[in-house]
Write a protein that binds this ligand. Structure first.
Ligand SMILES: Nc1ncnc2c1ncn2[C@@H]1O[C@H](COP(=O)(O)OP(=O)(O)O)[C@@H](O)[C@H]1O
Ligand SMILES: [Mg+2]
Length: 359
């Protein structure tokens, strides 16, 4: 193998290797560069977008595997990662610069919907994605409490500046209304508030906007579906039968307003006793997984009952859910599955501008 670049043999070996965000070939999209071949060593740079950050490691490994199979004589193969700049395109009439908008909903309150929404947003950000978190639960906004920040957002040039938490952009009605004060919403006001949150907040360019939905009623889901094409909804439930029936209603509600259901997350799945390591299925077991299969929606993962998750929520330390004691692996798995499923569907991928990364 010669050391000249571009290297046709290497590009041919990766000709049908797909980018996880777009489902298109990485060679075709100029994502392979700096190919260095000498003796029995091969190194190259694979550029991937921040949208697929949770899949970077496995994509890197798959790429190296592919090269190893194609060039069995080489004994050193290195795939370096780089960021492939790929800005979002305007979404909907309000012109949001976001690639994927994901609503997190449930049939009823108290199932941990806000905890899952905030952890999903934080987990994606932690993996390297650009993420916004919008609290659309205007009846009981709990995101400020969960992230431990409550201050009024600044207005710059008539645009609301989202509150930044470790690089996560957050907006909530809770930042605008004093805690403990009730807001009574009439239909048109509600529509106006949600529209303003989406249109007048300076979200910037995002890979994901995660929306914490209010429980139950379809008003806000309807408003959202009229404002922009949502990528889909994640439905959170607990394993109890009643909560599962509520989850079924939530799925029906999303489907009614044409928001695709990305899948179900089972929260408070079981209790792992910290004293003896024994598992207690407090609300039964496997219910959500079974129901997801019956309803033909993907199962996205489970989160056990963990005292640390409750403490983190009360102390406003959502980042703490990514510590091993709080069950980081469960939250990471959910983030991974959501992105992986999106990668498999590729419904959202717009055509790409050509970039000249290759020499
Ligand atoms: N897996 C879990 N283990 C322990 N406590 C949890 C878990 N999930 C959520 N909680 C706690 O349950 C309460 C309700 O969660 P929250 O996310 O506010 O629910 P919802 O948004 O559905 O009303 C909070 O105190 C939260 O910290
Ligand atoms: Mg909530």
């Amino acid at each position: 193998m010669s050391s000249s670049e571009p290297n046709p043999a290497v590009l041919a070996a990766l000709a049908d290797f797909k980018d996880p965000e777009t489902g298109r070939g990485v060679v075709q999209q100029d994502q392979v560069s700096e190919i260095q071949a000498s003796g029995n060593k091969l190194a190259l740079t694979l550029a991937l977008s921040t949208h697929s950050a949770p899949l970077w490691k496995e994509t890197q490994a798959e790429c190296a595997d592919r090269l190893r199979k194609q060039f069995p004589d080489l004994n050193e193969i290195e795939v370096r990662l780089a960021v492939h700049p790929r800005p979002p395109q305007k979404l909907g009439e309000i012109g949001l610069m976001v690639k994927s908008v994901i609503a997190v909903g449930s049939g009823k309150g108290g199932v941990g919907k806000s905890t899952i929404a905030a952890s999903l947003a934080y987990g994606l950000k932690r993996a390297g994605c650009q993420v916004g978190l919008m609290d659309a639960d205007v009846y009981g906004p709990s995101i400020p409490h969960l992230i431990g920040i409550n201050r009024r957002p600044e207005i710059v040039e008539q645009r609301i500046q989202p509150i930044e938490m470790d690089g996560l952009k957050v907006m909530s009605m809770g930042f605008l209304v004093p805690p403990g004060e009730a807001v009574v919403w009439r239909g048109p006001m509600l529509h106006g508030a949600i529209t303003q949150f989406l249109r007048d907040t300076a979200w910037g360019e995002l890979d994901y906007l995660i929306i914490d939905m209010p429980p139950g009623t379809g008003d806000i889901a309807l408003t959202l579906s009229q404002l922009l094409p949502l990528t889909g909804a994640v439905v959170v439930c607990t394993p109890q039968d009643v909560a599962l029936l509520d989850a079924v209603k939530a799925i029906a509600m999303f489907r009614k307003v044409n928001i695709p259901v990305l899948g179900m997350v089972e929260n408070m799945s079981y209790f792992l006793c910290p004293d003896n390591g024994k598992r207690y299925d407090i609300f039964g077991s496997g219910g959500a997984k079974r129901r997801a299969a019956e309803l033909d929606v993907p199962f996205l993962g489970e989160v056990p009952i963990n005292i640390q998750i409750r403490v983190n929520g009360d102390e406003g330390k959502i980042a703490g859910n990514f510590s091993p004691e709080a069950g980081a692996a469960y939250f990471e798995a959910i983030c991974h599955t959501v992105v992986k499923n999106l990668a498999a569907s590729h419904k959202q991928a717009p055509p790409l501008p050509k970039l000249s990364v290759l020499a």
